[in-house]
Design a protein. Sequence first.
Length: 243
Amino acid sequence: AEVAAEAYSWCVYYDSYLSGYSAGNYSYDTLKEAQNVCRQRSDCGGVTDEPYNGGRYTLRKGPEVKVGESLSGETSWTNEAVEACSEGAVLEVYNWCVFPNSYLSGYSAGNYSYDTLEEAQNACRQRSDCGGVTDEPYNGGRYTLRKGPEVKVGESLSGETSWTNEAVEACSEGAMLEVYNWCVFPNSYSWFKCNVGAEVAAEAYSWCVYDDSYLSGYSAGNYSYDTLKEAQNACRQRSDCGG
């Protein structure tokens, strides 16, 4: 079957808001943290910043975006397929820039070592003090959260590679773009991670779907979720999750 690309990105609405806070903790210091948590919440329709409350980012139920109706300069983000951004929205595509033979200085606070790149990238998006991920081939190939934010491009003497999470146009000189999209087969039932060629001379990690197909064996721990977004996000954090 042929693969079709479904790029899920964030649509941004200026001077707009979504009504109602999501259940549980709904306030975050950074947009990355708020967006990552929102993707895990079945009751989160998007993110709205509050410039009048210290610039915090809040999870909102929505799902309707009150486009252009904010009187306090709020901005809102919704996580949609590229073609689904509605009128009044601007598309923000956040991907990972990869820097060969480069590193970021200083470890992030708390747990900063992960076995897989997926786990490290997901954790980094939740940390306000994480500027990117650097692998350590000299330490069993582990992936570490680094403060940065400056990338020491081409300065690694030990073959380290680093990743930073940026808007597409923000990849600086010396970086390649790694595009994380959703790839599907029509009439889909099972998802798993696969590589799809990208014209940016980088590896595109995507989700592929096979109709009338399944994967054997449940992942350890909680393996059941109400939404595809929750399941996919959790799977990206599990080293034993194949799809």
